[in-house]
Design a protein around this ligand. Structure first.
Ligand SMILES: Cc1ncc(C[n+]2csc(CCOP(=O)(O)OP(=O)(O)O)c2C)c(N)n1
Length: 942
């Protein structure tokens, strides 16, 4: 029988706690005891005695590597009340340790401006029951508390525990559901593995870096008084933290780090993290005040403000060179987050063989957030939600909140309901490290811990870097109007460079003279760069204005044909399932119909799409397709992923095509538009060779991603020379399903078009869709494509195609009516999309001999020549009618009317469609039917 004393009893209590938290975490013999219902026994000493007596001799340590229990022999003379006191003390000590881990951050000294932490009674040893007096603390062996700080007893360990959890770093990790991660983090934090002191030369380097950070901001402010720079001052340690991140990413094998950030400190990141020469940054400032500033560059781009520009550079690290990309971003805070994730994922993916090979170690995403923005912008949550999803994971993102404790003029208490800016991340099981921005060494250790955690668990991690904003929101703002107390505190507060310099002088690492010398050197370097820049003035090339009045039709002719033999072979492989795989019988019948369609005609939309994809894969074009329920297709028309009806196993024939030279990725997306479209945009910019498609459930939902559409997809080329072949598939068409399932808001996309920034099409046959997809992938000029895709037409016989229509021909921007004798045609109806079938399928269509109905399949760039040709083919026209099912203030009419009138060459152009409406469509099916009928009739009756 083993000794039973307060210490071992305490250990058993601890194990019970642990068991209740996570049964797997306790040694099996203990688990067995607790499972047998003996947990109640732990509550009292005699119960413990019984319990421990039944244990085998070797009780083993808990699995997380904590020291085995120290068996303190029971002293025969110890009074029973001593045992009781010790047992109580151990319980309190355990609570104290737990409280430090859970609430220590509330007592941490995180605010450089010195705000008193609120603290928490649970971490006060004298407020526990029983009071943990120094004497009692000295009787409690630290080993049974399973802490990782050094010390024999609680009395030895407690100061270090306080220093760990309540110093310049505060940790939140106890919310994490995964026991292994919690244990790993506790150990890493309490052992100070990542808080090893910096060597003297590292300290000097760190100080020199802070001189550069501060020196650049100061120089810019002096040299360009009143220009916006969104200074980093107050959060200067961000730059050394990024330095450390690059070092660690590189040593872990990454060859690319992708950074997303807003305005704050961006110029500093460009110079010091990306390595952009000072001259280039100074040029931006000079350009702003130069008289000869140009409105547009040679390619018609209109540019962007300097604190939005993207950049790429290479940095030397101890482990070699690493590429660093800073994603271009708009003012819209946090919008760049998913874009960076998509870019990173593209860099992590090898698309050169049938299976996309995803290697998260190849690149690392770093997102910098404002404290107000992180808490307030919904896209943050949407992006956090991607981290563990198969199609979206990037091996964990390093999130750095540059927390200056104010959002423009808004105090945190007005900006969020939570204590910390970072609190949202807790819902994603993410560890959070808060760090005082005036302690550069603590900040570096936060990065080390965060990236070790990321490397170990492939999980997002957040560092909340708490600093202040030395000046106003920008350099034209007066902070004292709205934050007067804070502003005066900041004015009296030394900079982090000054504080750290003074500390190093005190430590004897540098002399005051050396500290001052480093400051002066930075100033000299900036002066010299500015002088060199000034000397180069006058050599700039004048920009020529771009004529955007005439949009051009696609200049290049792209061969989109595929031989019938190849299409047959593809079709057969796409329907093939492995032996023993059971396809749902209804689906099997659909597949059989597809096989027959090759000979009989009736190749439907989903079939044509699959053939387009398959043919592109054989040509070496990688494809990535995502969207809500996209694997099957919202309208059950796609079925790229088969599910074995008996085992649930999955089969993706597209990934098994013979001779495919590129990867095919297909994923159901989470229920997000903003982050998901942003992600695919980012992916598509970093994978220019790939055809990246995002599909909306219904086209209307794309407006959840409006910021990405407005700020990136449509304007990225003009602002940042950044484009891609991202393709949006937006189900569109009036089928009586109410205001939210009818319109993809075609008008919005058309309104965004100019300078050939987009392609917008509304194809009406499977073959047109086939050729359009192939053209989009193969056109040497990359542009985003917006496709109004059908719903009812997916299965409409008339909208299906023959094998010959796929194998030959090309995408036709207009489709003429098939009228043999045109001399009696008095009205040409031109329409786009599904309404074509409503008009031509109407019972009166056959009698409308004087009317021809043509289709406009490409709305932008507007097919000027083709439309002119269309009109010219009808010599006796009295009028042209533009027919649409959308209301008059929506759809294509208002954007293309002048194009139609130009092409009409004097023939009057008239509108037929829904009247002006505030809402896209009728809510009642009967009202819808009446309206469709009215439109068709109006188009068909003269
Ligand atoms: C989506 C969006 N809404 C509003 C703004 C206007 N705005 C620009 S900066 C700012 C405050 C940002 O505060 P914070 O996130 O704390 O970053 P800081 O500027 O303090 O670094 C606001 C509201 C914006 N840029 N984007």
């Amino acid at each position: 029988m083993r000794d039973v004393d307060g210490v071992n009893a305490g250990y058993a209590r601890l194990l019970l706690d642990e068991y209740l938290d996570n049964p797997e975490a306790v040694p099996p013999e203990w688990r067995a005891l607790f499972e047998n219902g003996d947990s109640a026994a732990v509550r009292d000493l005699p119960g413990m005695a019984r319990l421990i007596a039944r244990l085998p001799e070797s009780d083993g340590a808990a699995r997380d590597g904590a020291a085995p229990v120290t068996a303190v022999p029971a002293t025969p003379e110890s009074a029973e009340h001593d045992d009781t006191e010790l047992l109580g003390g151990i319980a309190a000590a355990m609570a104290l340790v737990k409280a430090h881990r859970m609430h220590g951050h509330l007592a941490a000294r995180l605010d450089p401006l010195g705000a008193e932490p609120i603290g928490d009674p649970a971490i006060d040893p004298l407020r526990l029951e029983p009071k943990l007096t120094p004497e009692l603390q000295a009787r409690i062996p630290a080993s049974i508390l399973r802490v990782h700080v050094p010390g024999e007893t609680l009395a030895d360990a407690l100061p270090r525990l306080k220093e760990t959890y309540c110093g310049p770093l505060g940790y939140e990790l106890e919310h994490i559901g995964d026991h292994e991660q919690r244990v790993w983090l506790r150990k890493a934090i309490e052992s100070w593995r990542f808080r090893t002191p910096l060597a003297a030369d590292e300290q000097r380097q760190l100080y020199a870096r802070l001189c550069e950070v501060e020196g650049m901001e100061r120089y810019l402010r002096r040299a360009f008084l009143g220009q916006k720079q969104f200074s980093l001052e107050g959060l200067d340690v961000l730059i050394p933290m990024l330095d450390e991140s690059l070092e660690l990413a590189s040593s872990a094998g990454a060859h690319e780090v992708v950074i997303g950030m807003a305005h704050r400190g961006r110029l500093n990141v460009l110079a010091h993290t990306i390595g952009m020469p000072y001259e280039q940054i100074l040029r931006e400032f000079e350009g702003e005040r130069a008289i000869e500033v140009v409105a547009a560059d040679a390619e018609g781009g209109t540019g962007d403000v300097k604190y939005h520009l993207g950049a790429e550079g290479y940095r030397d690290t101890r482990s070699g060179k690493i590429a660093v990309a800073l994603a271009a971003n708009p003012s819209h805070l946090e919008a760049v987050n998913p874009v960076v994730e998509g870019m990173t994922r593209a860099f992590q993916t090898d698309r050169t063989s049938r299976d996309a090979v995803y290697d998260p170690s190849a690149a690392m995403p770093v997102l910098l957030h404002g404290d107000a923005a992180f808490a307030g912008q919904g896209v943050v949550a949407e992006t956090l939600n991607l981290y563990a999803l198969e199609g979206y994971s990037t091996g964990g993102t390093l999130h750095l909140i540059t927390n200056n404790q104010v959002g423009f003029t808004t105090d945190p208490a007005q900006g969020r309901s939570t204590r910390y800016s970072s609190d949202l991340a807790k819902g994603f099981d993410t560890p959070i490290v808060h760090v005082n921005g005036d302690d550069p060494e603590a900040a570096i250790s936060a990065v080390r811990l965060a990236l070790a955690y990321r490397a170990r668990f492939g999980h997002d991690v957040v560092i909340d870097l708490i600093g202040y904003r030395r000046f106003g929101h920008n350099e034209q703002d007066e902070p004292a109007y709205t934050q007067p107390i804070m502003a005066s505190q900041i004015e009296a507060h030394p900079t982090v460079r000054e504080l750290y310099g003074a500390r190093l002088v005190e430590l004897g690492v540098i002399t005051q003279a050396e500290a001052d010398e480093l400051v002066a050197e930075v100033d000299v370097r900036l002066h010299e760069a500015h002088d060199r820049l000034r000397a180069s003035f006058g050599q700039a090339i004048p920009a020529k204005a771009h004529d955007d009045s005439v949009p051009l039709e696609a200049a290049t002719v792209v061969d989109t044909t595929v031989s019938q033999k190849r299409l047959r072979r593809l079709s057969e492989q796409l329907q093939r399932v492995p032996d023993g795989f059971t396809v749902n019988p209804k689906l099997a019948r659909q597949l059989e119909r597809r096989a027959a369609a090759l000979d009989e005609g009736g190749i439907d939309w989903g079939h044509a799409e699959a053939l387009a994809f398959g043919s592109l894969l054989r040509q070496g074009i990688p494809i990535r397709l995502t969207g809500q329920d996209t694997e099957r297709g919202t309208f059950s028309h796609r079925h790229l992923v088969f599910h074995d009806s008996e085992t649930g196993e999955i089969e993706i024939p597209m990934q098994r095509l013979d001779g495919a030279k590129a990867s095919f990725e297909v994923y159901n997306s989470p229920l997000s538009e903003y982050a998901c479209v942003g992600f695919e945009y980012g992916y598509s910019t970093a994978a220019p060779e790939a055809l990246v498609l995002w599909e909306a459930q219904f086209g209307d939902f794309a407006n959840g991603a409006q910021t990405i559409i407005d700020q990136f997809i449509s304007s990225g080329l003009a602002k940042w020379k950044q484009t891609s072949r991202l393709t949006l598939l937006l189900p569109h068409g009036y089928e009586g399903n109410g205001p939210e399932h009818s319109s993809a808001r075609l008008e919005r996309f058309l309104q965004l078009t100019a300078q050939e920034n987009l392609r917008i099409c509304n194809p009406t046959t499977a073959a047109q869709y086939f050729h359009l997809l192939r053209r989009q992938a193969l056109d040497p000029i990359a542009r985003p494509l917006v496709v109004m895709t059908p719903k009812g037409l997916l299965r409409l016989k008339n909208a299906s195609s023959t094998l010959a229509e796929l194998s030959d021909g090309s995408f036709r921007p207009t489709i003429d009516a098939s009228v043999a004798d045109r001399s009696h045609i008095r009205r040409l109806v031109i329409c786009s999309g599904k309404i074509y079938y409503d008009i031509t399928g109407h019972e009166l269509a056959g009698e409308a001999n004087e009317i021809a109905v043509a289709r406009l399949e490409q709305l932008y760039p507007f097919p000027v020549a083709a439309t002119r040709g269309l009109v010219a083919a009808y010599p006796k026209l009295d009028e042209i009618v533009w027919a649409q099912e959308e209301p008059q203030n929506m759809g294509a009419w208002r954007t293309i009317r002048h194009r139609l009138e130009e092409a009409a060459a004097g023939v009057p152009v008239r509108y037929v469609g829904r009247p002006w409406r505030a809402s896209t469509a009728e809510g009642y099916p009967t009202a819808h039917t009446l309206e469709q009928e009215r439109i068709a009739l109006a188009a068909l009756t003269i």
